[in-house]
Design a protein around this ligand. Structure first.
Ligand SMILES: [Zn+2]
Length: 490
């Protein structure tokens, strides 16, 4: 009996505990559900139209048409030609004889240049095809002074003022095998990074093809399609290019680095997503800036992170065939890439990489050992997947280059203790309106949008202490700029 009583008491206590837990869970759930809803309600009590969900897609039918022109078959041809150069190591041959024989990085460089020139010819000379060459001095992976050449094509913006703004896509055309100092044995580099090089080339092909059609509206800002060398030896090419952009004062707003986007055909691959890596604390943040970021909870709002969110927005708006999976870190463990060279110069830059890499098919001399086939060969590449990633890139480039400049000098008033939020900014050329976006401090992506149809100031009935704000410019056709997070102003 005593046992039963105890048992009943224990049961009662358990159910009491369970009940408390259930109540706590229900409250937590209600709060979790309420957080965005309450923010919206709080907002709706303010003046102006009710806020919309930030996940509202926006589609430009011309951009949708452009990305439909991306061809998996053309991408396959590009990758197979890149592989045919045998070894594209930065320290491989680049003399006239090897270029003629079609082996080594020199031959690859000349072919890429000719390919950009071919696209340009097809659009009546709409591209400026350029090279950025320099001599890299000896270092760990560069045994002797070596000429490194980046090849790029510029699709100049059609609006005189907006053309100073630049968005850029890049991949590295150099490759390596098991030995980073081997410039002769096969280093096919189909995935790493024939795939990323093919994305840059394919974006150039479809965006120039479409831009020559009279029915396609002009793209006001400039797009650069870049392929770099030296990545495998120490990011040398991208470092030189990013420094040049910085020294020459380029208004480089966004860098999309595609490295290993081949969708390697193997177990565990998820072809429905592509990872998008972005830095949190900016590489260039000074001690004072880092201090402010820490104090205000701005660790997830670098310009690179806003660019990653922009890619997510594009992924919701366009049917690219692949969805961006945002990874809130600079890169994978023990790995780096060309986006970091741009981050180090203060530019917003993100990295696209397939969901699951197969390390037997990267940085490996082709061979079979114990029944395992090693090597970065074309047969392991999923060309449809690369085409999907190219569509996502092309849609992002075209959206950014069609949008007005992001608003400058965005400020949040903090001189008074106040539960409302007042934001101010400078007008952006090409803007028809502005949008204030915000999200809960714990939310990964923007949750709400409030349109500001006139003026460059907004007061919202949402407490700045509870959310993170951004302001973006929107043109008459609905193209959205990158959002800018306000700086507090006292
Ligand atoms: Zn790579």
């Amino acid at each position: 009996m005593a046992y039963q009583e105890n048992s009943a008491m224990a049961e009662s206590a358990r159910s009491g505990y369970l009940c408390t837990s259930l109540v706590a869970a229900a409250v937590a759930l209600a709060l979790a559900l309420c957080a965005p809803v309450c923010l919206a309600q709080e907002m709706a009590q303010g003046q102006g139209p009710a806020p919309r969900l930030a996940s509202d897609p926006h589609v430009d039918s011309h951009i949708a048409e452009a990305i439909r022109q991306v061809s998996a078959d053309h991408i396959r041809q590009t990758i197979e030609i890149l592989v045919s150069f045998q070894n594209r190591s930065t320290i491989s041959a680049q003399d006239e004889a090897s270029i003629k024989a079609g082996t080594g990085i020199g031959a690859a460089r000349e072919w890429i240049k000719a390919e950009f020139e071919r696209y340009s010819k097809e659009c009546g000379g709409c591209l400026e095809v350029k090279t950025d060459s320099f001599t890299e001095q000896p270092s760990e992976r560069i045994p002797q002074p070596t000429e490194i050449t980046n090849v790029y094509a510029v699709l100049r913006g059609t609006d005189a003022q907006q053309a100073k703004r630049i968005v850029l896509v890049t991949g590295h055309y150099d490759s390596r095998n098991s030995d980073p100092l081997n410039g002769t044995d096969p280093a096919p580099g189909a995935n790493d990074d024939g795939s990323g090089t093919a994305v840059s080339l394919e974006c150039a092909r479809v965006l120039t093809q479409i831009s020559r059609k009279a029915k396609f509206r002009a793209i006001p800002a400039t797009i650069i399609f870049l392929t770099v060398a030296g990545e495998e030896q120490g990011l040398n090419g991208s470092k030189h290019f990013a420094q040049m952009a910085k020294q020459q004062g380029w208004k480089l707003e966004a860098v999309l680095n595609n490295d290993i986007v081949g969708g390697n055909l193997g177990p565990g691959q998820d072809a429905s997503v592509v990872r998008v890596f972005s830095e949190g604390l900016p590489a260039v943040a000074s001690e004072a800036e880092s201090k402010r970021i820490r104090a205000l909870g701005g660790e997830s709002d670098s310009t690179s992170r806003e660019l990653a969110r922009y890619v997510a927005d594009v992924g919701r708006s366009y049917d690219a065939g692949v969805k961006p999976l945002l990874i809130f870190r600079l890169d994978r463990f023990l790995r780096g890439g060309d986006h970091y060279s741009f981050n180090q110069q203060g530019f917003a830059a993100v990295r696209f990489t397939e969901f699951r890499e197969d390390f037997n098919h990267q940085h490996q001399t082709p061979r079979t050992e114990n029944g395992i086939e090693y090597g970065d060969l074309s047969k392991f590449v999923d060309f449809d997947y690369v085409a999907h990633v190219a569509r996502l890139n092309a849609a992002t480039l075209a959206s950014l280059a069609s949008a007005p400049a992001p608003p400058a000098n965005v400020k949040m008033q903090t001189k008074d203790l106040d539960n409302d939020t007042t934001l101010t900014w400078e007008p952006s050329s090409g803007a028809a309106a502005y949008e204030v976006v915000w999200r809960s401090t714990k939310a990964p992506d923007w949750e709400y949008v409030q349109t500001v149809s006139s003026g460059t100031r907004a007061t919202l009935k949402v407490s700045k202490d509870n959310v993170i704000f951004g302001v973006r410019a929107v043109d008459a056709a609905g193209h959205r700029s990158l959002p800018v997070v306000p700086e507090p102003e006292r």
